[in-house]
Design a protein around this ligand. Structure first.
Ligand code: ZN
Length: 178
């Protein structure tokens, strides 16, 4: 899939209400930080660039390093560390680990954070190597949770991108968004 093509196809009229001085600076999607602790908030990017950046991260997938000597933390005498087995199964589509911070993050909530939403799995990261699955399950929450709404937005964006990708492959014009 050609991410850059999609990114450049962002409709130019989105930014028409913005002054010419607020033109977005060019971003190489390949250079976006991989480690969750080193990413800039999505809100800090130019409005016309947000979806392209989101899509680049979604197609890259959650940051899930496995070849790492995960450090141990002492929980009342019990040593615990991040377990890469947690990537498998129900948390696999969003759970991220930062080697830099030794913390867990959520890809969907990073990409689609709403005002009022906790920063725990978004920018702060969470170190919860004891009862981690309960903590992760609590983050996912009920069907109308911030997390699940963010996941739906992410899935919609990827679906939309696949549609555009098919059109590009057929050699026809990229449809303009209304
Ligand atoms: Zn989340």
């Amino acid at each position: 899939m050609n991410i850059k093509r999609y990114f450049q196809s962002e409709p130019s009229n989105v930014g028409s209400s913005l002054s010419s001085s607020s033109k977005p600076s060019k971003i190489d999607l390949d250079d976006l930080p991989r480690d969750p602790s080193e990413r800039k908030p999505i809100s800090s990017y130019h409005p016309t660039q947000k979806d392209g950046i989101r899509l680049a991260y979604l197609l890259r997938g959650p940051c899930q390093p496995t070849e790492h000597d995960f450090p141990q933390t002492n929980y009342s005498g019990k040593l615990r560390r991040f377990n890469p087995d947690w990537y498998a199964g129900e948390f696999g589509n969003w759970l991220e680990y930062s080697v830099e911070a030794d913390k867990a993050y959520c890809l969907y909530c990073y990409l689609f954070k709403e005002s009022g939403q906790s920063e725990a799995f978004v920018s702060e990261g969470v170190q919860c190597w004891q009862k981690a699955r309960e903590k992760f399950g609590g983050h996912v929450g009920k069907c109308n949770s911030f997390h699940n709404k963010a996941r739906e937005k992410g899935e919609d964006l990827v679906k939309q991108a696949r549609y555009i990708d098919v059109v590009v492959d057929e050699g026809t014009d990229i449809p303009k968004r209304q």
